[in-house]
Design a binder for this molecule. Structure first.
Ligand code: BTN
Length: 267
């Protein structure tokens, strides 16, 4: 059987991309991002990638676990950006995932900053992590998880109604290596756009964003909760909130949910 890392390299070549950076494939791994972190510390070049069939310790945003049974896409990729628009890297990754899914017949949207949702349910997630040293930024790592086939029952009960998969949405199976090739191809496009024309990344992000501008939202970041009206995203990718006291706040990280207006009494 051909090694999935070689198949991925071949699939990328078929798309016109000669992938010279290392690609590691693991049948079972704690976390692709943890493995790639080790490789980054050992000096791995930009675009080094780790792919796993299954993760036993998949990590999500805000310290949550990421359910990673076989059949899903679990991919981490290393970047060593040398440009100013760093805060837009996670948004560019979200655009790349949405476009890759669209190639396979899935219409998905981005919930700020880069939750990938379809029919209001979570389909994919991106964990962006970075490390710096005294000489500046060392690396940015994107951990990408796409729920390709996982049935609802595999998720913790509290998450079931909030989760979906490519299989549930399309009735078709998307093989992880094909999904990885599509995601990496679109990621190279949007990553290079960050150098050349960063406003184009924001325009693409806005075009794919869940259209909840003008709605009341709740933002959770660490232990803090902020409520306000979502007004948009600024040039740095920060979410702009109009707070209840009329002031404005730009937030760079957190988890956003929409809030229903409470009606007092009556029906
Ligand atoms: C989120 O919470 O929305 C982000 C989930 C990110 C999951 C991916 S799967 C590949 C990589 N390895 C991990 O441990 N996490 C990321």
């Amino acid at each position: 059987m051909i090694d999935p890392a070689d198949r991925l390299r071949e699939a990328l070549r078929a798309r016109g991309l000669e992938w010279t950076a290392p690609i590691e494939h693991h049948v079972r791994l704690g976390s692709t991002s943890d493995r790639l972190k080790e490789m980054a510390r050992e000096g791995a070049p930009p675009w080094a990638a780790v792919l796993a069939d299954e993760q036993t310790g998949g990590r999500g945003r805000q310290g949550r676990a990421w359910a990673s049974p076989p059949g899903g896409l679990y991919l981490s990729v290393l970047l060593r950006p040398r440009f100013a628009s760093l805060s837009l890297v996670p948004l560019a990754a979200g655009v790349a995932v949405v476009e890759a899914l669209r190639e396979h017949g899935v219409t998905a949207e981005l919930k700020w900053p880069n939750d990938v949702v379809a029919a209001g349910r979570k389909l994919a997630g991106i964990l962006a992590e970075a490390a710096s040293s005294s000489s500046g930024l060392e690396w940015v790592m994107l951990g990408l998880g796409v729920n390709l086939v996982t049935p609802e029952e595999a998720f913790p009960e509290a998450l079931r109604a909030a989760t979906t998969s490519v299989l549930a949405l399309t009735g078709g199976r998307l093989e992880p290596v094909r999904a990885a090739a599509a995601v990496l191809t679109r990621l190279t496009v949007w990553y290079h756009a960050l150098h050349a024309d960063s406003p184009s990344v924001l325009r693409a992000w806005r075009a794919h964003a869940v259209p909840w501008w003008g709605r009341r939202v709740e933002l959770r970041s660490g232990g803090a909760v902020v409520r306000g009206i979502a007004e948009g995203v600024d040039a740095s990718g920060a979410l702009l909130l109009l707070l209840e006291d009329g002031s404005r706040k730009a937030v760079l990280s957190g988890e956003v949910t929409t809030v229903r207006l409470e009606t007092s009494g009556g029906r």
